[in-house]
Structures are given as structure tokens and as C-alpha cells.
Write a protein that binds this ligand. Structure first.
Ligand code: ZN
Length: 250
């Protein structure tokens, strides 16, 4: 079994297409998406269609929920992007039946998925939709204990856009720390799979994880970043900073 875990696509079509190509070349049998298909980026409709077509399991992210319902807790730049995203999804791109299917798909996304000791969420095991688990949280033992108490064997998550592995003994390993590979099965783990469409760990390449029986691997994939940036610049409702940050993976 080889399963790809993708998250935080954020309507970045170029990065999603590059990742799907890479996934195909890795002989992966199924793809799970951990949320935030939309928000920030210029191609929400196309990204929703690709995820619907290719992903076996999809989880609701806070930006997906924001596009569906009234956005809460977002800064002004993110909120404006969410309203623009909603307008795009309300256009009958393709056909009005297709538009309805997109809304139904987003509206029916679960906030968690569990199978075989593996939990899949967008944020955290405690608050699947919106709690952040940052690398620095290893210095907050109370938080980590509470979170790990809710982890069956492994929890896979996104939301921070910072990839890496958290162990129950309060360690955090970035993909570089572990040479992009980590063994599974010996201990409880929380794994942040990183972001396809807006990495924030200083590496602008798209990030995702391949899960195998005994290990996981982080993949970094180059994509035409400048093309996405120019699309963002051309849409007044998407702040230019949303393009600029892609260049350095910030
Ligand atoms: Zn996100």
C-alpha cells in the first residue's frame, strides 16, 4: 500500500498539478486530502474539481468552511480572499449542475477520518478544523499530552503549512532533520504533511507525504511559482502579499 497525503492546496493549480504528476510517478494507489483546498489562491474551482476526481478521502479545512459559511477568525487579507473564492464557486463554471456538485462536495466534507489506528484531520486531534500545532508546541507539554491522548497510533494533519513529525516524547523533526523519511509503528506520532500550495517552512517547493506500510516519506516538488504569483497579482481581491509569500515559502 502506498498512500499520498496532501493538504493546504489553497487554490494553487500549478502546485497541485505538479504534485499529482509526482504522485503518479511514485506508483501511489490512493490520495487523501487533509483540507484547505481553497482560500488565498487564484484557482479554487479547478482545484476542487481535481481533488474531487483524484482523492479517495477529503477532510474539511477552515478555509473550505469559510468559503461555505461565514468566515470567522480570519485576518482581512484571508477574509477578502474567502469572499472572492465564494464568488468563484457560485459561478456555474462548466454547468450549473457541476456548480451544485462542487458545493455539495465541500459541504459534505468530514472534519475527521479514522481507520486502522490512523487519524486524519486538518488542524489537530482535539480541534480537527482549526487548532494549530506548531513545532514550538513541543515546549508546551500540557498541550502535547492532551493532543497525544487523542492520537490512536498516528495522526496526520496540516493547517500550519509547516511539515514535520512530532513524537510523544516532545520532539519535532523537520523533513531535513530526518532526511525526508521516518519509520512508522514504534511510537505514537503526529505528522504534519506540509502544504501543496503555500509552504511556510522557507522552502517554496510544494510539499506532501507518501505513506507506506513501515515508513513515511516527505516529497518536495518544484512547480512554476511565478505563474501562480502573476495570476494572484492580476486579481484585485487577492492581496499581492499572497503571491509574494510563495516565492520564499513564507
Ligand atoms: Zn491552510
Amino acid at each position: 500500500m502506498k498512500r499520498a497525503l496532501i493538504s493546504d492546496i489553497h487554490a494553487n493549480l500549478e502546485s497541485l498539478e505538479a504534485v499529482l504528476d509526482d504522485i503518479r510517478r511514485q506508483g501511489v494507489s490512493e490520495i487523501y486530502c487533509l483540507g484547505d483546498i481553497v482560500g488565498y489562491g487564484p484557482n479554487p474551482v479547478e482545484c476542487v474539481d481535481l481533488v474531487r476526481r483524484h482523492c479517495k478521502v477529503s477532510i474539511m479545512g477552515n478555509h473550505d468552511q469559510g468559503a461555505l459559511f461565514d468566515p470567522e477568525g480570519f485576518n482581512a487579507v484571508a477574509e477578502q480572499a474567502i469572499f472572492w473564492t465564494r464568488e468563484q464557486l457560485e459561478r456555474p463554471c462548466g454547468s450549473s449542475a457541476l456548480m451544485g456538485e462542487r458545493w455539495d462536495f465541500l459541504g459534505e466534507l468530514p472534519t475527521r477520518w479514522e481507520e486502522n489506528g490512523q487519524l486524519y484531520v486538518h488542524g489537530s486531534p482535539r480541534n480537527p478544523l482549526s487548532e494549530y500545532v506548531f513545532p514550538d508546541d513541543i515546549y508546551n507539554p500540557r498541550k502535547m499530552e492532551k493532543l497525544f491522548a487523542l492520537v490512536p497510533q498516528c495522526c496526520f494533519q496540516g493547517h500550519t503549512h509547516v511539515p514535520g513529525v512530532f513524537t510523544e516524547s516532545a520532539e519535532f523533526f523537520s523533513p531535513e532533520d530526518i532526511d525526508y523519511e521516518f519509520p512508522l509503528g514504534q511510537q505514537k506520532l503526529m505528522v504534519n504533511v506540509g502544504s501543496v500550495g503555500q509552504p511556510r517552512d522557507g522552502d517554496p517547493r510544494a510539499c506532501y507525504v507518501i505513506l507506506e506500510d513501515d515508513r513515511l516519506r516527505f516529497r518536495r516538488v518544484e512547480y512554476p511559482v511565478e505563474k501562480t504569483i502573476q495570476k494572484i497579482y492580476a486579481i484585485p481581491e487577492l492581496d499581492n502579499s499572497l503571491g509574494d509569500r510563495l516565492r520564499g515559502g513564507q
